[in-house]
Design a protein around this ligand. Structure first.
Ligand code: GLC
Length: 561
């Protein structure tokens, strides 16, 4: 596509520094942000119309989860056409308008690239189904003959992240049961064969398409999954491993996660991005642990950032938070990448609920009415506010998931018939999945669908009690979570915390996270005993302080003169 007037401005400029090293990036989940046409599903014009709220919040960039042509079997992470907008969300013109508006507001725009798999409705997969075993059409995906006398057993024992076998069998043209294809996710999401140069070329074209449209970067979905080990050997993950590969030791490498071959792909993408003006970035969604291994994704010639899921999973515990902060700063620094920080996204239980769960909850499992260890809402919110106030004081780049600035909890009581996550179906209701963190946002306390649209439709029902979380109910209320985020982001900017350093402050005891970043002292109490505070100017507190003590589940930012 020729460069057109929509990309002349080359995005906002931030003092000449590499903006992404310190940026706060806000994740927009398009289905649930704002709905302009009232069909109950959010869309691009809806996002554009509400974008000023994000500039006003004080973030630097937005990352949009997929809005591409898709049958929506996995909420858009099943892409049928990587270079077009699904009519559900609008048109390419709507995307251009969104990007233009973002530029006016000083916001950068990151889009989501899903390279591990396509939708089964993708033209390539449809052709593969129509073609014969061994054909070039099938070679773009991972088709294999089955095991057993008549090929009736899957080619190996791999399990899908969403539950059940990672293989489905096709029916050949003559009506006989045929080959199997690999899908690490839903059966509607066939995995590409990344050893095939055609696949590599296709994605370079997709990157060019969006770069030419002026995007500032890409969040790379399942960035640890593209290459599979030769021979596709059987593998049984340890019981406590996360379904996406988190929680493994350095020497445990499943044959479908974190294979060395992925790095060449990202080097070629980085080289492509470097040919474009401006600082465009690649962000890895790679559930790779420990962090020392994840840092391979952000070596100088690979991606710019990787989500820090070890931080997300550190829980509300000072020793574990401090440990992850230390190792994050060390390992990312060793490859000259910024650390990132993240507490919520569209795949995990919202941190306003997760931090008060009393039972383990694996990534993607979700919570529902029958879950054990359900959270106390008030404790969850207090911890979420306190945890966010730690996160936004850290050097590096931070991610905010839509709705966390409103203090939204996970929607636990969704009716079974409303649930849509493939995890729910593939596990026959055993895992609730991720719908509870994806409910459409409340904007206005008194409007239909809380201002998500004007018709009151909502693809997932919004809990009745959400009016107090609505943005307009929180605006101007200094005790609200919205104003807490706004203040934290303004102070983060004013005191340049994103480019600062962490200096631990001793003497506060094991349940306290206490550090200095430049002029700001941050103290967070994850224990149950109040903590004596030094005499200092209070710049931010996640609770109203009485006297000089910091209660449990609270954080302060102080300026010590
Ligand atoms: C990533 C996405 C998740 C999706 C999966 C398959 O983990 O964040 O939402 O279901 O990949 O694309």
């Amino acid at each position: 596509m020729p460069l057109d007037e929509t990309i002349q401005t080359d995005g906002p400029r931030l003092d000449g520094a590499e903006w992404w090293r310190t940026a706060v990036i806000y994740q927009v989940y398009p289905r649930s942000f704002a709905d302009s046409n009232g069909d109950g599903i959010g869309d691009l014009p809806g996002i554009t119309s509400r974008l000023s709220a994000l500039a006003d919040l004080g973030v630097d960039a937005v990352w949009l989860s997929p809005f591409f042509t898709s049958p929506q079997k996995d909420a858009g992470y099943d892409v049928a056409d990587y270079c077009d907008v699904d009519p559900l969300f609008g048109t390419l013109d709507d995307f251009d308008a969104l990007r233009r508006r973002a530029t006016e507001l000083g916001l950068r725009v990151i889009v989501d690239l899903v390279p591990n798999h396509s939708s089964d409705a993708h033209d390539w997969f449809q052709r593969a189904l129509a073609a014969a075993p061994g054909s070039p059409e099938r070679a773009r995906y991972l088709f294999r003959d089955g095991q057993g006398e008549n090929g009736e057993l899957p080619p190996n024992n791999w399990q899908s992240v969403f539950g059940g076998a990672a293989w489905s069998r096709v029916t050949e043209k003559d009506g006989t049961p045929g080959q199997w294809y690999l899908h690490l996710f839903d059966s509607s999401q066939p995995d590409f064969d990344w050893e095939n140069p055609e696949v590599r070329d296709q994605f370079l074209d997709v990157l060019r398409f969006w770069l030419d449209r002026g995007v500032d970067g890409f969040r790379i979905d399942v960035a640890h999954g593209l290459i599979k080990k030769d021979g596709l050997p059987d593998y049984t993950p340890p019981k406590d491993a996360g379904s996406m590969g988190g929680g493994l030791a350095e020497d445990q490498t499943p044959p479908y996660w974190a294979q060395d071959g992925v790095h060449d792909i990202y080097r070629s993408w980085r080289a492509l991005l470097e040919t474009y003006p401006g600082d465009r970035i690649l962000v890895a969604e790679a559930w790779v642990e420990p962090l020392s291994k994840l840092s391979n994704w952000v070596r100088p010639d690979e991606m710019h950032q990787a989500f820090n899921f070890s931080y997300l999973e550190s829980g509300w515990s000072a020793p574990s938070i401090k440990g992850v902060i230390d190792s994050s700063l060390e390992v990312f620094d060793s490859v000259d990448a910024p650390s990132t920080w993240v507490l919520s996204n569209h795949d995990v239980v919202r941190h306003a609920s997760r931090l008060a769960l009393t039972a383990d909850n694996a990534q993607g499992a979700g919570i529902g009415p029958k879950s054990s260890g359900l959270p106390d809402t008030a404790v969850g919110l207090a911890r979420a506010r306190a945890a966010t106030a730690v996160m936004l004081a850290l050097p590096g780049s931070a991610y905010i998931y839509q709705g966390e600035e409103l203090g939204l909890p996970e929607a636990i009581d969704l009716p079974d018939e409303a649930r849509q996550d493939p995890t729910w179906f593939r596990t026959a209701g055993e895992r609730y999945g991720r719908d509870g963190c994806r409910v459409p946002l409340p904007w206005e306390a008194e409007s239909p669908a809380f201002g998500f649209n004007t018709t009151g439709e909502s693809w997932l029902p919004q809990p009745e009690g959400w009016a107090p979380y609505a943005r307009d109910a929180q605006e101007g209320d200094t005790g609200s979570t919205l104003e807490l985020y706004r203040l934290a982001l303004a102070l983060r900017h004013e005191f340049a915390l994103g480019s600062g350093t962490v200096e631990w402050l001793p003497g506060y005891g094991p349940d306290v996270v206490a550090f200095r970043n430049g002029q700001i002292t941050v103290i967070a109490n994850t224990g149950s005993v109040p903590v004596e505070l030094p005499v200092a100017d209070e710049l931010l507190a996640t609770v109203e302080l009485e006297g000089a003590a910091l209660p449990a589940d609270a954080t302060v930012w102080l300026r010590v003169s």
